[in-house]
Design a protein around this ligand. Structure first.
Ligand SMILES: Cc1ncc(COP(=O)(O)O)c(C=O)c1O
Length: 399
């Protein structure tokens, strides 16, 4: 049990020390910090055209006319970029409209944020403070594989309460913590940024037995799952419980920008926003971004998102038939092509880029030390010929 449950111990210094040379090599090889301009569906860097194979716009929603038209409408109405005041004081009417539309669509409460990371940096310290537990501070437990943006907040939680880390899917360890402590909060992703899902059903089973609160980061599952893109977690509950929170990003499959906290209708969201630090500071989500969210929301409300999901699944199937990865068969669109070393990763990513495809090289700290690969994300709006050509190129470098 001792190694399975560890007190949170960050070591940003070591992480930076070990990762610096990896980033430097990729920078020297022009595989990061590319400067590109959109040209139709492609990007151009100088004269070189390429396809961005790591765009999180998995359903292609951000380039739909409905999104662009909403943005244009805001410009035509001469709306300022934002009201330049904390939205706790004065909020844009667009913000209120957008939150209400989410609340109706998903039968839940919604607080819009600038990003998923802003949402988690607001919510996690508030949970650690005991606000949701009558100030009887809970034990905070982080999934080791949870996204960096969640774990980044662990030191703030540790300042408030006992903060632990367990390995991904270690439900036995989580159950022991729940048995020994009255209040527990578990922080995890529903779909990991490197592909794969957490043990969602087992976590929910533990919620039925113990007073377990869970924060699910749905950045990679919002829009990809559910008849209206509600993600993996919302459909698990009929009435959304006070013990569960969803963090979402609208910068990925949703097709806009920004993020949100989704929570039980029992909560006073305005009080939460007032108390939750970053959400109430002066910078609020801008009107053009709210307009983009409005446009993308229409796609979700109308159910057109289902057609886009089906198209994405077709493209995933096409890819998985030819390229086997650990993530093959998953409906989440992230695949990792393993490579042998940093040098091998660089050479292969360079070859693909020169042939018109940008895949993201991954290495520590994106993946564990001494692990390497290239991340590829499939999208509904990729053309079949584009995927076929990528498959051929991947075949050429397969060894
Ligand atoms: C799982 C996960 N959570 C959160 C984030 C951060 O999202 P945002 O860019 O909206 O802060 C990302 C992506 O960067 C992610 O992959």
């Amino acid at each position: 049990m001792e190694n399975q449950v560890r007190p949170w111990k960050g070591n940003l210094g070591k992480m930076i020390q070990f990762s610096k040379k990896n980033w430097a090599l990729m920078h020297d090889s022009s595989l990061i910090y590319l400067t590109a301009k959109a040209k139709g569906r492609k990007l151009v860097e100088g004269e070189h055209e390429f396809i961005n194979m790591v765009s999180c716009d998995y359903l292609g929603i951000s380039s739909l006319a409905v999104v662009n038209n909403e943005i244009r409408r805001i410009l035509d109405e001469d709306m300022p970029v934002n009201l330049s005041v904390s939205s706790v004081r004065i909020q844009s009417s667009l913000l209120k409209d957008v939150e209400s539309r989410f609340e109706n669509l998903y039968d839940i409460k919604c607080l819009i944020s600038l990003s998923a990371s802003e949402a988690s940096s607001a919510l996690l310290p508030l949970l650690a403070s005991g606000y949701f537990h009558d100030f009887d501070k809970p034990v905070m437990v982080f999934d080791k594989q949870a996204h960096f943006s969640l774990k980044y907040i662990a030191p703030i939680c540790m300042n408030e309460t006992l903060t632990l880390e367990i390995d991904k899917d270690n439900m036995q360890a989580l159950e022991i913590i729940c048995r020994e402590n009255e209040n527990v909060v578990y922080v995890t992703d529903s779909v990991y940024s490197l592909g794969g899902e957490s043990a969602i059903d087992a976590i929910i089973e533990l919620q039925k037995k113990y007073n377990l609160y869970v924060v699910f980061d749905e950045a990679h599952s919002t829009s990809i799952y559910g008849d209206h893109g509600e993600g993996l977690i919302r459909p698990k509950y009929k009435e959304f419980p006070k013990e569960t929170f969803i963090i979402s990003s609208f910068n990925k499959a949703f097709g806009a920008a920004g993020g949100a906290i989704f929570m039980s209708k029992e909560y006073n969201k305005h009080e939460i926003k007032t108390l939750a630090g970053p959400l109430g500071w002066s910078q609020c989500i801008s009107n053009p971004v709210l307009a983009a969210i409005k446009g993308a929301l229409t796609v979700h409300e109308s159910g057109y998102v289902r057609e886009l999901q089906a198209e994405l699944r077709k493209k995933l199937q096409l890819f998985d038939e030819k390229i086997k990865t650990k993530q093959s068969g998953s409906l989440a669109p992230i695949r990792i092509i393993p490579t042998k070393s940093l040098e091998d990763t660089k050479n292969k990513a360079k070859f693909l880029f020169e042939n018109g495809y940008y895949l993201a090289p991954v290495y520590f700290p994106i993946v564990p030390k001494d692990t390497y690969g290239m991340r590829v994300m499939l999208r509904a709006d990729l053309q079949i010929q584009e995927i076929d050509k990528l498959i051929l190129l991947l075949g050429e470098i397969n060894d």
